[in-house]
Design a protein. Structure first.
Length: 449
């Protein structure tokens, strides 16, 4: 049965998602922290390589997020059989991702060769990415099944899966990076293998659970027309994330990388810390999207604004707390990411950028809350257009000109993220308040029959 739209319900749905996203953040943090003693080049290659791998997978990941919208709306209707089909459609996207990821391996080195990395960073990053992409399909499969179960209001299976992946990753990092248990020291390459192996094992366990969970449900045939309609709404969602992250990659790989290896490594350490704030907030937004989707499926659209307000309130509380922490002890938070003779300069750079990042915390809460609510209703095209315009017409040229022409440095570059998030938040809030989402239909009764 559908739960009422209360703060208690939101938090009950959200805390497993928060732990899931936090565990993903810990995977990234452990990768960076455990190679930190190898120097700034290893940190830059691992952190930036992980961001690059994430960006390559963001299109299929954004597509399978729509699985949650369908599952939630069908759950609201009481149609669990139709909801389950979308879990399978998500797995089809994951299988296609695996094929594409393997096919792209030969392009990794040539593409990185076009970017302004120093030679040692480029070599390490090429090896790292080539290994991480081997688990691309498994990563998308975990997201697809997590979205399916989340839409049903069962957010804990995804949490368990991500905790397993996190635990395996940390243990394998210790063993492979440092050469424990008789294995050779593998450094950055060991970090990549740890992440890939952990992701595959976690996905296999999740897939087995999905198969066992469906034994009591009647069978229903998959239909190309349903998958095609899902892609109609899912592709804008995927391109939404893709073009935003491409803009961010340009910012990191061209704007920030042009400042030198030390600022690049410091910025990626700030990114790793900021992910600890973003992922829980995104988890709350995803929980709010479940409530939105289930309400729409049940024909109770008037409940949606209240669910969104609850979600925004909870996200703001979290992001404000993180912002206060960043302002209070920035050097303490940055220090674990560095060692050696450049530590003092690294901490100074990272602290300044981390303090600037506090300015976008509330904007980030608004963006994640309203973007996820619109996605749950099927309004995926408008956020795509909004992000394209702000990211590529304002953020990218503005940050590049500011750094290359006016030499504003790393703090000025980081300030452009504040501008970007503020503008995007304003447009998404306006779109939701306009109410276009009330007239959209994500599901098609003709296909269900």
């Amino acid at each position: 049965m559908r739960s009422p739209n209360t703060l208690k319900t939101l938090l009950a749905l959200a805390w497993p998602i928060v732990i899931s996203r936090a565990s993903q953040t810990i995977i990234g943090l452990s990768d960076v922290l455990l190679v930190a003693k190898l120097g700034p080049s290893a940190v830059a290659a691992t952190a930036t390589g992980a961001a690059n791998a994430f960006t390559l997978l963001i299109l299929p990941m954004g597509i399978v997020f729509i699985v949650q919208s369908y599952a939630a709306q069908y759950f609201g209707k009481g149609d669990l059989i139709s909801a389950r089909r979308y879990g399978w459609y998500g797995l089809i996207i994951a299988a296609a991702t695996q094929v594409a990821a393997v096919a792209s391996l030969l392009a990794v080195a040539p593409i990185l060769g076009l970017l302004p990395y120093e030679a040692d960073v480029r070599e390490l990053m090429t090896a790292y990415l080539s290994i991480r992409l081997l688990s691309g399909g498994a990563a998308i499969g975990i997201e697809a099944l997590g979205s399916y179960f989340g839409g049903l209001g069962r957010t804990w299976p995804g949490m368990v899966t991500n905790l397993v992946a996190m635990s395996l990753n940390v243990v394998l990092n210790i063993v492979l990076i440092n050469g424990k248990l008789g294995l050779p020291v593998m450094g950055v390459v060991g970090s990549a293998w740890a992440s890939s192996i952990a992701t595959f094992i976690a996905f296999i366990g999740f897939f087995v659970y999905f198969l066992r969970d469906g034994k009591g449900l009647a069978k229903s045939k998959l239909a190309w027309l349903e998958l095609k309609r899902m892609l109609k709404f899912g592709l804008p969602s995927g391109f939404n994330w893709l073009f935003e992250f491409l803009a961010y990659l340009f910012f990191v790989n061209v704007v920030v990388a042009g400042l030198g290896t030390l600022p690049l490594a410091a910025w990626n350490s700030v990114l790793a810390l900021s992910s600890a704030a973003f992922m829980p907030a995104f988890g709350l937004a995803s929980a709010g999207a479940v409530l939105v989707g289930q309400a729409i499926g049940a024909g109770a659209k008037d409940e949606v604004p209240h669910a969104v307000k609850l979600t925004f309130f909870a996200s703001c509380v979290w992001q404000t707390a993180v912002g206060v922490l960043y302002l209070s002890i920035p050097a303490v938070l940055i220090a674990p990411f560095t060692s050696g003779p450049t530590s003092a300069e690294f901490i100074e750079l990272g602290s300044r950028m981390l303090m600037v990042s506090t300015a976008w915390q509330l904007f980030d809460a608004a963006v994640s809350t309203f973007a996820e609510a619109l996605r749950a209703a099927g309004d995926t095209l408008y956020p795509l257009v909004a992000r394209l315009i702000i990211a590529w017409c304002i953020f990218v040229p503005g940050s590049l000109i500011s750094v290359r022409v006016f030499h504003v440095g790393e703090v000025g570059a980081a300030a452009w993220l504040v501008i970007y998030m503020g503008l995007l938040a304003a447009l998404l809030v306006w779109r939701f308040r306009k109410g276009t989402w009330r007239t959209l239909r994500l599901t098609d009764p003709a296909l269900e029959s």
